[in-house]
Design a binder for this molecule. Structure first.
Ligand SMILES: [Zn+2]
Ligand SMILES: [Zn+2]
Length: 149
């Protein structure tokens, strides 16, 4: 079985690869910023430590302030505009990779939903997994996790 996964933007200028065994967790985020950034009902993101991701190509970042006060930097390909990944300035060693950019995303299993309060009726949260109304406070948990490395 091959655990090496790869992904890229639409034009191929930006690409990445990682071992899927290193993933921390996977989530749907229904926050308004993710809706704007994706042009859809939600973003699907994979949490992984930056050190396990091999990135190729130049990524441009757009910074917004998240509801919890953290600064979210959304990375996209400067050529084709595809959103590839994001991270918070406060915890830059954890990347949130956009699942839709994977070459093969059939293996992805989602752990929970974020910001279900801003989910739309036309893209309802998956009730069969854990739902957080807003920010799950996962960044605090991750900080603790990282410190224990
Ligand atoms: Zn591109
Ligand atoms: Zn979001």
């Amino acid at each position: 079985m091959n655990n090496n996964q790869s992904g890229k933007c639409q034009c191929g200028s930006v690409s990445y690869s990682f071992n899927k065994e290193k993933l921390i967790s996977s989530h749907h985020c229904h926050c308004k910023d993710c809706q704007r950034a994706t042009g859809s009902g939600k973003a699907t993101i994979l949490f992984i430590s930056k050190k396990y991701v091999e990135l190729n190509g130049e990524i441009k970042y757009f910074e917004t302030k998240g509801s919890s006060g953290s600064h979210v930097r959304r990375g996209f390909c400067p050529n084709c505009g595809s959103g590839i990944l994001s991270y918070t300035k406060e915890l830059p060693h954890i990347l949130f990779i956009k699942a839709g950019t994977l070459d093969d995303s059939s293996w992805v299993k989602i752990d929970s939903n974020f910001f279900t309060k801003s989910a739309n009726d036309w893209n309802k949260p998956d009730e069969s997994i854990k739902c957080f109304e807003g920010n799950p406070g996962i960044m605090y948990n991750l900080k603790t996790l990282i410190k224990s490395f």
